[in-house]
Design a protein around this ligand. Structure first.
Ligand code: HEC
Length: 147
């Protein structure tokens, strides 16, 4: 009897929390996407130092993690998150959503490519610049406020 009670409680809790997730407030979405961007920034710096030190196994793991994060980020710009809560996003994102989305996809795909070429790259810095840092800049210069 006690076990059934616990199972029910678990089921109800899971149900409530999944429901809450699918109806995140604009504030939650904005805060969450900013947190993921910040995390990607820290991860990118680690990728840079690990690669420079020749620690490619660990670097590649982080590259693929960043690639997945971009896929998550791409879904985090719904219409109700254009303004407020200190967002730095520019309205152009929604005026040309397809272009913005393809930049996210490119950033994600480039991290996968980076993971496959970095070990044999002649120029580690240049390769990171082209396949990782270049995408930050390309997107920010159009879709993120000056900060
Ligand atoms: C395809 C577009 C795109 C790409 C690629 C991209 N960013 Fe951003 N980034 C944004 C947008 C849009 C914001 C503003 C989000 C907001 O404030 O709601 C942002 C915000 C940020 C922030 C601020 C987060 C905060 O706490 O407010 C950091 C840091 C950041 N990006 C780092 C990076 C780095 C580093 C890279 C590359 C490794 C990168 N971004 C790649 C679009 C992009």
């Amino acid at each position: 009897m006690k076990n059934i009670g616990i199972s029910l409680l678990v089921i109800i809790t899971v149900f409530i929390s999944t429901n809450a997730n699918s109806e995140q407030s604009p504030e939650d979405i904005i805060k969450n996407r900013q947190a993921i961007f910040s995390k990607n920034y820290n991860t990118a710096k680690r990728v840079q130092s690990l690669s420079s030190n020749g620690d490619f196994d660990e670097a590649k793991k982080l590259m693929l993690e960043m690639s997945e994060n971009y896929k998550t980020l791409k879904e985090m710009f719904p219409d109700n998150t254009k303004e407020g809560f200190n967002t730095e996003v520019l309205p152009l994102v929604w005026e040309e959503k397809d272009k913005f989305n393809s930049l996210m996809e490119k950033a994600s795909n480039d991290m996968v490519e980076l993971a496959s070429v970095i070990e044999n790259a002649d120029n580690i810095r240049g390769t990171l610049g082209k396949l990782m840092w270049g995408n930050c800049k390309a997107c920010h210069s159009k879709y993120r406020e000056e900060h």
